[in-house]
Design a protein around this ligand. Sequence first.
Ligand code: ATP
Ligand code: MN
Ligand code: MN
Length: 333
Amino acid sequence: MRRLASIQRIMALEPIEGADNILKAKVLGWELVIKKSEFAVGDFCIYCEIDSLLPDKPEFEFLKAKSFRIKTIRLRGQVSQGICFPLSILPEGFEIEEGADCTEALGIIKYEPPIPASLAGIMKGGFPSFIPKTDEIRVQILQNVLTKYKGESCFITEKLDGSSATYYLKDGQFGVCSRNLEIEENIENTFWKVAKALNIEEKIRSLGGNYALQGELVGEGIQYNRLKIKGQTVFFFNLFNIDTFEYVSYADFMKLMKQLDLQPVPVLNDNYHLSDSITELVEMAKIKSKVQAEVWAEGIVIRLLNEKFDKWLLKDLGGHGRISFKAINPEFY
Ligand code: ATP
Ligand code: MN
Ligand code: MN
């Protein structure tokens, strides 16, 4: 389970122009608006990330109208992401320690958008254990990783706001999965429809091994289809070798996309030297989409060109541990 709420320090407080009763606070790599005199610099708080779904309890009553969901908001022109609570909302006996995960103790879960019927499909089983699920960590919590890998060559792709799709071939068997499940074959289902339309099964077969292709399904009926795509399609971002339990390198992946006539997610830069500034990386995410001009991109995904694994990413954040993360465009919400 993802850490959504944790004990953190208020790193800085700054005034907001034209606003007397609120301040801009910095917590981890996040910026948020707080009431004046709620916290001082250096104080501990409980920081809850966006997409936290808080329980229906008296201390969260003021969020009832927002269905208890923490979203990105803008106050007096200042983007505010997340929310800070005093430590007093913690259950008695909770050990106060910087970084301590309070997600479970507070009964917080992750908000998941409702899934339309055309995407849900009929569950065939859980997500295959021989393929890593797709996921990207938010850059705002990765200062130590940025410091460690500063200057390394990276590639940057546009993050598309659709639905995660995994197509795989293992021991002759073709499978189709959404973010968390494997889906029964059914032509009414969008994941399967797109697989048929793009001949994905044959294309994976032509690789002559056990592979999983992972991408973002986008188009009509998926999320808000902000990119205004006609019909539905998929843009790929991973090719995973099931036998060696390794992702195919960026260079080979791009070659194969061409060869198989499949679309990769838009590549924005294929020789970027990693900055260690979270602010700078979030600034880089403020871009328009390559898929649809004049529409804000959801953000960017940054990965090292020479894949590296970091134990810290495995331990604290789950997943496969490779250095790959997202910066969401604060203008996109
Ligand atoms: P969170 O956990 O941050 O609340 P989430 O787990 O639902 O959110 P996203 O914010 O959508 O996931 O970020 C990860 C997902 O982004 C991946 O699972 C993948 O489906 C999708 N994605 C879209 N574009 C890309 C891309 N260019 N590279 C990698 N993943 C991408
Ligand atoms: Mn995630
Ligand atoms: Mn997404």
